[in-house]
Ligand binder design. Structure first.
Ligand code: NAD
Ligand code: UFG
Length: 340
């Protein structure tokens, strides 16, 4: 089957393209490269010895998007990663986030409907659970949002569910990721944040590389095992494989399918720092800083539904996540080289 991957040049998208190609799918990617590099896809092609049909395009370009489907009438499903994802930036620039994430998705769905493609896998996030009342988090927990990024995810989830109500032949899959980290074991593709990283793991690897002086641990007075924030970190390759499983399971089923993708295990910031130091035999300097506004104390998944229905569970552990993250950073200290 031919799968269109929006945002396929990005961190999770590039790893998913590799898994799709390895599983025998034909892959087209639409990406405007606003937060990624064309080189990621060249490296995916090198890793699996197969080609990707890359189209540099903004999802806001409705006409261009429609042409992609007319030119490739065999596209049978879409995995939709394309979106802006920085929480803090979304608070400062809400209109840009709504414009890009909502209108981009609206355009995509319109083009899909017009061309009779009704199978979509959407990148949602554990952020839609807001501050959970209990742990681990199950898919039927109440949802809420505290910032424009999270709200855009919730709105898109609802929009896609409405689409299925209006036409029950739509196959809608909402994947709620917990905290993806790490990189492909080859060290050829990985996370390449622009500027100072917002997220914990890329910050740690840049401290390890000497690009940043020390990690700021945001708060040590949370009601958690050691006072620091607890999250459910999962290896990006496991996450990528979850997309292939979700695509396969929903191939012949219509409905709205919601899955948590996580390990089911919470780890604190200090546990992550220790795991990184032990896995890589490198010291990470850190200091305790004030809490980051908007952070919650603890968040980890009940991922048993994905295991029951998709037959998916994570295979990599914390040591692999830390080793592979460092392997990527070490081999690509400045991220991907500038495109020629
Ligand atoms: P990423 O920024 O690496 O990838 C997103 C890709 O989308 C980039 O290649 C970017 O260039 C592209 N893009 C953005 N807007 C576009 C547009 N209008 N038209 C075409 N391309 C566009 O991010 P990622 O970490 O790979 O995340 C992928 C998806 O998963 C995002 O939707 C993100 O919100 C979601 N998600 C990520 C995390 C995480 O921690 N990384 C957690 C939960 C959910
Ligand atoms: N943290 C630090 N120092 C840092 C960065 C993070 O102490 O420099 C802490 C945070 O306070 C938090 C934990 O490390 O306790 C994880 O923080 P991240 O920023 O890596 O991840 P978040 O859980 O805050 O958010 C991420 C994505 C969101 C997504 C969410 C759930 O950034 O977009 O996971 O999938 F919604």
């Amino acid at each position: 089957m031919h799968v269109l991957v929006t945002g396929g040049a990005g961190y999770i998208g590039s790893h998913t393209c590799l898994e799709l190609l390895d599983a025998g799918y034909t892959v087209s990617v639409v990406d405007n490269l606003c937060n990624s590099s064309r080189i990621a896809l060249t490296r995916v092609e090198e890793l699996c010895g197969k080609k990707i049909n890359f189209i540099e395009l903004d999802l806001l370009d409705m006409q261009g998007l429609s042409q992609v489907f007319s030119r490739h009438p065999d596209i049978g499903a879409v995995i939709h990663f394309a979106g802006l994802k920085a929480v803090g930036e979304s608070v400062e620039q809400p209109l840009r986030y709504y414009q890009n994430n909502l209108i981009g998705t609206l355009n995509l769905c319109e083009a899909m409907a017009k061309h009779g493609v009704k199978h979509i896998v959407f990148s949602s996030s554990a952020t839609v659970y807001g501050t959970p009342a209990r742990l681990p988090i199950q898919e039927d927990f109440p949802t809420s949002a505290t910032n424009p990024y999270g709200r855009s995810k919730l709105m898109i989830e609802e929009m896609l569910a409405d689409l299925h109500i209006s036409d029950q032949t739509w196959q809608v899959v909402l994947l709620r990721y917990f905290n993806p980290v790490g990189a492909h074991p080859s060290g050829r593709i990985g996370e390449d944040p622009k500027g100072i990283p917002n997220n914990l793991m890329p910050y740690i690897t840049q401290v390890a590389a000497g690009r940043l002086k020390e990690l700021n641990v945001f708060g040590n007075d949370y009601p958690t095992i050691d006072g620091t924030g607890v999250r459910d970190y999962l290896h990006v390759v496991d996450l990528a494989k979850g997309h292939v499983k979700a695509l396969e399971y929903t191939q012949k089923r219509s409905g709205v399918f919601i899955y948590n993708l996580g390990t089911g295990q919470g780890s604190s910031v200090l546990e992550m720092v220790r795991a990184f130091m032990e896995a890589n035999k490198i010291d990470i300097a850190y200091r305790i800083s004030p809490r980051r506004p908007g952070d919650i104390a603890e968040c980890y998944a009940d991922a048993s539904l994905a295991l029951r229905e998709l037959g998916w569970q994570t295979e990599y552990g914390l040591t692999d996540m830390c080793r592979h993250a460092w392997n990527w950073q070490k081999n690509n200290p400045e991220g991907y080289p500038p495109s020629a």
